[in-house]
Ligand binder design. Structure first.
Ligand code: 1GP
Length: 252
């Protein structure tokens, strides 16, 4: 429960937590140490690590490198069961509850559970809700499931509540990496209203103001990935962190 507790404490203290998603297939490894240190200095609360494909065969060394450059938690955000490593601190044990593909609801988990146990890392059970976002995203395609219609906040709320009643500790509202449209504000409000567990929102968030809006709607954890893969945007990490940390006054 260490990392889950850390996330909850961060939410209590700062109002919301800000996680940066690192995809080993997309991040230039040479620049990784500087990026990680810059994230920590800028107020990021932790890292999600994972990708849909993992073509580079460098998953574990990548996490090691992350850990060497930060004291923040490294949490696996697995695209598949080949993304499990004892070097990480925790893993989001994701079930795609928006879909009806049994493989992604429970099938992969049966194969993954003994590996997570062996790795000795903390599993954080997470109800993963894919939201329709304009175009077919990689997450939708790879999970072989229909996303939840974006104009149906009540279905999202019912889905999230069912996941919570099944014992899941986090609800991840996912528009998909690089999504054209982010998770709708109304949907975040509807889910946050019924769920006690923290709600994560990610996919297509490109501005600090956009991130702040999601927090104002009830999101407790914000994830950005794609936007920071362009090194020209690194200057904005502190602005994102300040925008997400709604309890902390911004120093001007
Ligand atoms: C994707 O929610 C994350 O799984 C982050 O999305 O890469 O679009 O920021 P972006």
């Amino acid at each position: 429960m260490k990392i889950y507790q850390y996330l909850q404490n961060t939410v209590t203290e700062k109002g919301a937590a800000y996680l940066v998603l690192l995809d080993p297939d997309k991040i230039n490894e040479e620049h990784l140490p500087a990026f990680i240190r810059h994230c920590q200095k800028s107020g990021v609360d932790g890292f999600l690590i994972g990708g849909s494909l993992m073509l580079n065969d460098n998953f574990e060394p990548f996490i090691k490198k992350v850990k060497e450059n930060t004291t923040l938690p490294a949490i696996i955000f697995p695209g598949d069961i080949n993304q499990i490593s004892p070097v990480a601190d925790a893993i989001l044990f994701l079930s795609v509850v928006s879909g009806r593909n049994a493989e992604h609801l429970i099938g992969k988990h049966v194969l993954a559970a003994p590996l997570v146990k062996k790795a000795g890392i903390e599993p954080i059970s997470t109800g993963y809700v894919l939201i329709e976002s304009g175009v077919t995203t990689t997450a939708q395609y790879m999970s072989g499931s229909l996303p939840l219609p974006r104009n149906k906040p009540e279905i999202a709320a019912a889905t999230a509540l069912a996941a919570e009643y099944l014992g899941m500790k986090l609800i991840y509202l996912e528009a998909g990496s690089g999504a054209e449209n982010t998770v709708p504000d109304e949907m975040i409000k509807a889910v946050s209203k019924v769920c006690i567990v923290p709600v994560i929102v990610g996919g297509g968030i490109k501005t600090p103001a956009g991130a702040r809006k999601k927090v104002e709607c009830g999101a407790k954890i914000i994830v950005t990935g794609n936007f920071l893969e362009d090194e020209n945007n690194w200057d904005m990490i502190k602005d994102f962190a300040d925008a997400v940390h709604i309890n902390k006054p911004v120093m001007v």
